[in-house]
Design a protein around this ligand. Structure first.
Ligand code: FES
Ligand code: FES
Length: 164
C-alpha cells in the first residue's frame, strides 16, 4: 500500500492504494465518494466517468497511482456547496433525464464536459458525445433533451418519453 494524493473537487486528499487500485475504487472505497458508479469495470458503460485535469475519463480504466497529483472532479463536485443543483443537473431533473439514476453521474460528467467544449451542441453532437455512456432505462431521448435545455436551446418541440 502507498499513500496516493490528488486534488478532488478542489480539496487535497490522500488515501492508501495498491499499485493495481483503479481510480474508481480509490474514489469510492478510499475517499467514500460513491457518487462515481461502477457498472461494468471494463470501460464500456460510462457510469464511472470523472474529469481528470479537465478531460473526460472512465475512472475504471485508470490506475489511481497514474493520476497521483492530478486535479479530479467527480459528481460530488458539480452541485454548489449548499446543495443547489447545477443547471445541467436541474435540467436532468426537469426533463426526466433519469429513471433509476445509475448512469446519471457519468452522464452528467460527460455532458458537462461537452457543454464546456461546445456550449450549444446539436442533438447529433450530443448523441455522438454520449456514445460511451450507456443507460438501460431512459431510451436516451430525455437525456438528450435535458442537455439541450441546459445549453439554453428550445426543447418545446421535443416531447417527453414518459417513464414506464
Ligand atoms: S464502470 Fe467504468 S465504464 Fe463501466
Ligand atoms: S437512468 Fe437507469 S441506467 Fe440510466
Amino acid at each position: 500500500m502507498n499513500k496516493i494524493s490528488m486534488t478532488v473537487n478542489g480539496k487535497s486528499v490522500s488515501a492508501d492504494a495498491e499499485g493495481r487500485t483503479l481510480l474508481s475504487t480509490y474514489l469510492r472505497d478510499g475517499l467514500g465518494l460513491t457518487g462515481t458508479h461502477v457498472g461494468c469495470d471494463t470501460s464500456q458503460c460510462g457510469a464511472c466517468v470523472v474529469h481528470v485535469d479537465g478531460q473526460v475519463v472512465k475512472s475504471c480504466s485508470v490506475l489511481a497511482m497514474d493520476v497521483a497529483g492530478a486535479d479530479i472532479r467527480t459528481i460530488e463536485g458539480v452541485a454548489a456547496p449548499d446543495g443547489t443543483l447545477s443547471t445541467l443537473q436541474q435540467a436532468f431533473q426537469d426533463h426526466h433525464g433519469l429513471q433509476c439514476g445509475f448512469c446519471t453521474p457519468g452522464m452528467i460528467m460527460s455532458a458537462a464536459a461537452l457543454l464546456e467544449e461546445n456550449p450549444k451542441p446539436s442533438e447529433a453532437e450530443i448523441r455522438h458525445y454520449l456514445e460511451g455512456n450507456i443507460c438501460r432505462c431512459t431510451g436516451y431521448h430525455n437525456i438528450i433533451k435535458a442537455v439541450m435545455a441546459a445549453s439554453g436551446q428550445d426543447v418545446s418541440d421535443m416531447g417527453t418519453i414518459a417513464a414506464e
